[in-house]
Design a protein around this ligand. Structure first.
Ligand code: PLP
Length: 396
């Protein structure tokens, strides 16, 4: 059948990550490719107990259809969590979504007409690029440096491109691991307010800080209702429960609710209640601290091994949290071309190209440090260094 797909799908590029993930199934493969949390850090027994309690106590109500906005007690807990993060909001400002991925899709649906400009960091989260591509957005990139979005050069781009949305990941950015300073956050907010641009602040990793101190979200500066703040329990509890949220001014939130109605009616009632029960009955702050310790140790190991094994000319970022670091290779290296040799040596990474809306970024690659054990990190980085040496034409 020669399908006549909608025009909006023409722009959407398939993610090579999904293709790479197929290779992870090969025996003895060490993968730094996926964005997977450490499965040993999932609170399996606690979630089992929470699920049992939900079904024992709420019974059929937990299996019934529910309101689009989200399960009331969970919304209240997320509002309290927002206060911990420095954002004061009410339940009317918070919509529970099916992962934060759905929040990005709903924002695209509500705010982007074909041809509208969205400004993004380059590189950025590739499934955000995909989500916004489906709404036929035009992409512009904002200059970044080792501290993330460069506020000094942002104004010129805002003036030139007149974007409708600015999408940014201020904490431990995916893919670079870089964090914006609070001074930059404030300036980005002020510039966006001056140019009438909505900020989409995507914050899945902020709680995963293993060094330094927490910084206020851009949303905490928001006096005019221009920031749409997006977060998730995927990295702090588990991604399998597909529970995320958006915080926005009430009028924007109401539109997002309407958009969600036609997307999925509501996020799984059962999943939301399990998350709610889990947050009520267990000490999630202590649990998150264990995740931070584990990821901090894994990052340290990866950094040590990169330092020890990688050939000269390779640089990488030094994140204070999150799950990724970003490698820059010497001029002339194309990380996409390194993939077959990497697969053969049984190590996986994601080539940089996918993270740039314009397909540039061939000199870069992303490494995930949260999913592999410290022992696997050592072996995997040794293998990667061999592949890197082959392509950079140098000896390790
Ligand atoms: C920057 C960013 N935003 C959003 C998401 C989506 O997460 P979820 O839908 O599991 O909440 C991810 C997942 O890796 C991410 O890295």
């Amino acid at each position: 059948m020669d399908y006549r797909f909608a025009r909006r799908m023409e722009q959407v590029r398939p993610s090579t990550i999904r293709q790479i993930l197929k290779a992870t199934e090969q025996p003895e493969m060490i993968s730094f490719a996926g964005g997977l949390p450490a499965p040993e850090c999932f609170p399996v027994a606690e979630i089992a107990q929470s699920a049992q309690r939900v079904l024992a106590e709420a019974g059929a109500a937990a299996l019934q259809y529910a309101v689009t906005e989200g399960y009331g007690p969970l919304r209240e807990k997320l509002v309290a969590e927002m206060a911990v993060r420095g954002v004061s909001c009410a339940t009317e400002n918070l919509l529970v979504t099916t992962g934060s991925q759905q929040a990005l899709d709903l924002i695209g649906k509500v705010f982007l007409d074909p041809g509208d400009c969205i400004l993004m960091e380059a590189p950025t989260y590739l499934a955000a690029i995909q989500a916004f591509q489906a709404y036929e957005a035009r992409f512009a990139t904002a200059p970044t440096d080792e501290l993330g979005l460069d506020a000094d050069r942002l104004e010129e781009v805002l003036r030139r491109e007149r974007p409708k949305l600015l999408y940014t990941i201020p904490n431990f950015q995916n893919p670079t691991g870089v964090t914006q300073s609070s001074e930059r956050r404030r300036r980005i907010y002020e510039l966006a307010a001056r140019y009438g641009v909505l900020i989409v602040e995507d914050d899945p990793y902020g709680k995963l800080r293993y060094a330094g101190v927490d910084l206020p979200p851009i949303k905490s500066y928001d006096r005019e209702g221009i920031v749409l703040y997006v977060s998730t329990v995927s990295k702090t509890v588990t991604p399998g429960l597909r529970t995320g949220w958006i915080v926005a001014a009430e009028s924007a939130l109401q539109k997002l609710v309407v958009a969600k109605q036609s997307a999925d009616l509501h996020t799984s009632n059962l999943d939301q209640r399990i998350v709610d029960r889990y947050l009520a009955d267990f000490d999630n702050a202590a649990h998150v601290q264990r995740i931070r310790d584990a990821y901090g140790a894994r990052y340290t190991r990866m950094n040590e091994c990169l330092t020890k094994f990688m050939p000269e000319g390779f640089r990488w970022t030094h994140p204070d949290g999150g799950m990724f670091l970003w490698v820059t290779c010497p001029e002339g290296v194309d990380t996409q071309e390194m993939m077959p040799a990497a697969v053969e040596r049984k190590v996986l990474f994601v080539p940089g190209r996918d993270f740039f809306p314009d397909g540039s970024g061939h000199r870069h690659l992303r490494l995930n440090f949260s999913n592999a054990s410290e022992a696997a990190i050592r072996t995997g980085i040794e293998r990667l260094a061999e592949v890197a040496a082959l392509y950079a034409g140098v000896k390790v």
